[in-house]
Design a protein around this ligand. Structure first.
Ligand SMILES: Cc1cc2nc3c(=O)[nH]c(=O)nc-3n(C[C@H](O)[C@H](O)[C@H](O)COP(=O)(O)O)c2cc1C
Ligand code: SF4
Length: 509
């Protein structure tokens, strides 16, 4: 009998280790030949720890399971039980998804290269080996894939620039710094299907002519780092990485580097500085990393999700990917649904689903049962959207058009008890704490911004135009998007929820 208990950090946080230990102990006590697989998470976080059992009809799920539930599950022969959820694949949250990048996450043993291959893994890399670099770049460009790390820059164009650059050494760098509020997709992928990222980076290396790669992760991700490190060693031993990638005669060496956890180190140039052993401050652009990146050499810097989408794009062809989505937002987007929701987790779907569908239908509204007031989309630099924005289709263009951003596709839902003035203050305080200090609008502006919000909170109405003026200066004058985008949460809070900024004087009048 095969039993699956995730070793994903979110599952572990709610007791998966104890459940796994209980399964082992119970199987041993009963003398049952149980194979316990520590898989990734299926992404239904409210059901974690989600225990699954393989049957002839498919995998059946139980959750959320505690260690105390385990003996009764064995007694019931993993049949009728209060925690039984039926076939995993039929759970609506999972069934409604289009899983492209996350197709194998939760399904396979993350560190089994043979299971990875049995589920279609390495097909993309084998195809890429038989293609010219130009053809690989063209396939990625045709897929319409845009960077999932935040800026949404077309991946094909970035790769073409690195391919066209003349240099003795080129690099592929994976940005796994994932510091946005409410995001966990990069972590989940690294913990649940690490070979996909390795394969995506190997394909990127073939496409641009790089021989070395680095994954820049963060110290707050010990589980992801452990799985990723082991997966790299397994891939190297199997010849997927190394001097002769899958017998192609092409070399690609890959290393995992762990940063100390500064938000700004997710910004690509600060990340490169950090990788070089320097302080993580932002570099002025130009030169762009594609031409002068790591150690001054042409470098592809891509997010985990961008790189992890590539193997399937190569395996299935660009047309299979471009078929999903709307407008210039093609393919699928792994949404990360968090905050005050009933059903939080990872939901991969084609672009175009509306914000209201995500919050009400997929996430099931608020966990508190109170009305939704605001949804922050795109991390700490993303705008707060009111319920009147619920018709907005999830796409780069629609969100930019409404004064927001898709970012890394994290959504944090708030009910009507949230104080939007405090949220605006938090955004500025976050910027003040995380600022790298290189430019004045961000370094000083964020500190002054907190003070101005405090003046508004104390009843000084005259400070409101000062706040908008300050935001304008930060937006236009900052060197990078940390200072440049902090005005998005601040101004969206002010614009959509003016009552929360109504001053004490106004209230008294
Ligand atoms: C303050 C700041 C933090 C960022 N954090 C991340 C991050 O954690 N992960 C990420 O992939 N991109 C992050 N980015 C975006 C990167 O600078 C860069 O655009 C991205 O890694 C490029 O990869 P992509 O084209 O695949 O998205 C951040 C940008 C800024 C300004
Ligand atoms: S905006 Fe902030 S984080 Fe970005 S370069 Fe300027 S000081 Fe550094």
């Amino acid at each position: 009998m095969r039993i699956f208990v995730p070793r994903d950090a979110a599952a572990k946080a709610v007791g998966a280790e104890a459940v796994a230990a209980a399964v082992r102990a119970e199987a041993a006590a009963r003398g049952l030949p149980v194979e316990l697989v520590r898989n990734g998470s299926r992404g239904m976080v409210w059901l974690e720890p989600l225990l699954e059992v393989e049957t002839s009809e498919g995998r059946i799920a139980f959750g959320p399971v505690t260690a105390a539930d385990v003996p009764a599950l064995f007694d019931a022969g993993f049949g009728a039980h209060p925690k039984a959820l039926g076939l995993t694949a039929e759970i609506p949250f999972l069934k409604k998804q289009t899983r492209f990048t996350f197709a194998r996450v939760g399904l396979i043993d993350p560190l089994s290269l043979s299971e990875y291959q049995a589920q279609g893994g390495l097909a993309g890399l084998h195809k890429a080996i038989a293609m010219s670099p130009e053809a690989i770049v063209a396939e990625v460009a045709d897929s319409g894939l845009r960077g999932r790390g935040g800026a949404g820059f077309p991946t094909g164009i970035k790769w073409k620039t690195v391919l066209g650059a003349e240099a003795a050494q080129k690099y592929v760098v994976c940005n796994a710094d994932e510091g946005d509020s409410g995001t966990f997709a990069d972590r989940m992928l690294m913990e649940g299907d690490p070979f996909t990222l390795i394969e995506g980076m190997a394909i990127a290396a073939l496409a641009v002519g790089a021989t070395r790669g680095y994954i820049y992760s963060r110290s707050e991700y010990p589980d992801a780092n452990e799985v990723m490190g082991q997966a790299i060693a397994i891939a190297r031993a199997a010849g997927v990485l190394g001097p002769d990638m899958l017998g192609s005669g092409r070399a690609f060496e890959l290393e995992l580097r762990v940063g100390a956890g500064a938000y700004v180190c997710g910004e690509e140039t600060a990340l490169l500085n950090s990788l070089e052993g320097k302080r993580g401050v932002v570099r002025a652009k130009p030169p762009i990393p594609a031409l002068q990146g790591l150690f001054g050499q042409p470098t592809v810097v891509n997010n985990v999700l961008s790189l992890a989408a590539v193997p399937e794009i190569l395996a299935q062809g660009a047309a299979a990917y471009v078929a999903h989505g709307v407008g210039r937002s093609r393919g699928t987007i792994p949404l990360q649904i968090a905050g005050n929701v009933r059903f939080g987790g990872l939901f991969e779907t084609g672009f175009g689903i509306t914000l209201g569908e995500i919050v009400n239908d997929i996430a099931g509204g608020t966990a508190s049962g109170r009305p939704v007031k605001a949804v922050q989309v795109g991390g700490p630099l993303g705008a707060y959207h009111p319920v009147s924005d619920f018709g907005l289709p999830f796409s780069y263009e629609d969100f930019a058009g409404s004064g927001g951003l898709v970012g890394h596709a994290g959504l944090v839902v708030h009910d009507d008890s949230v104080d939007m003035l405090q949220m605006a203050r938090f955004a500025l305080e976050f910027c003040a704490i995380e600022s790298c200090g290189k430019c004045t609008p961000c370094r000083i502006g964020a500190v002054r911004g907190v003070e101005v919000v405090d003046r508004i909170a104390a009843g000084d109405a005259a400070a409101i135009p000062l706040l908008t003026d300050l935001c304008q200066t930060m937006k236009l004058g900052s060197l990078c998007a940390l200072g440049g985008f902090t005005p998005y949460p601040v101004l969206s809070a002010l614009t959509h929820f003016p009552d929360d900024f109504a001053t004490l004087q106004e209230a008294a009048e």
